[in-house]
Design a protein around this ligand. Sequence first.
Ligand code: SF4
Length: 311
Amino acid sequence: MVLPMSPPSACYYPISRYYRERFGEKVYKVSVSIAESCPNRQPNGKLLPCVFCDEWGSAAYHLERDRDLETQIRVNRDRIARRYRANRFLVYFQSYTNTFDRVARLQERFDIALAQEGVCGLVVGTRPDCLPARVMPLLRETHERDYVMVELGVQSFNDDQLLFLQRGHDAACSVRAIERLHQETGVDIGVHLMCGLPGESEAQIIEAARMVNSLPVSNVKLHNLHVLKNTPLESLYRQGEFQPLELEEYSRRVVLFLQHLSPHIAVQRLAAVASRWDELIAPAWTREKLRPSNYIEQQLIESGVCQGQLG
Ligand code: SF4
């Protein structure tokens, strides 16, 4: 099997290379926290918050959500530009469910973001069950003019695990959402997947990689399931009903997944890092910024494993 050019440091296809191939230069994501809620957090709604989700809706920069969109972009863009000498950026609407709003408001946010200096596209985080028909033309038209990626919180293709996570949607819903997005909008699609869910088997990890390979998805973002304060998962952890993986076992599962993942699908992230360290309960290694990814890359190199070699 012929792999796309791999960096010498690791035998997988990192998103940085995907962006360079697509945009012709380095491109960095600038996260913003604009959306204020999601279908699972509606007062008197039928759904419960996802078992792992803290009150900030998975935002990286939750303290900034009181700032307006332009300010958030400027502050975060300038910080990244200084640090990485970057000139081009994708504005990442990260927190909560960004399509859970009026189309006019979304359009306004998209227009503001795309008008900022150095911004060459958008990344819109949302849930598979929150893509109403009225949002699709906006995504399609914006993508026809500029670049749009939708990142879908798929998390798992196993319905029992989705139930455990209290996601409120099933795997079929994720598959339908990916196919609809592709057919109706043509946007680039990334999926978030978790490793380390209760009952996860090797067969299931391989099946998840094969499922991603069969769908019109350009990239995956891998997360370990970690326990944050004041989440339903904290109670399960304290009652001994959930035990997060140690880094060695998490790494083994990620390596297995990558072996079966098409070499043409980029990897956004190998492991999650806790954005709010003071909220992290377990596992402790999620507190370390670089070690988890470095460890997994080292495992790939030492075991001579490449992405897609068994796909
Ligand atoms: S993970 Fe997303 S969908 Fe789930 S409760 Fe948090 S913000 Fe809502």
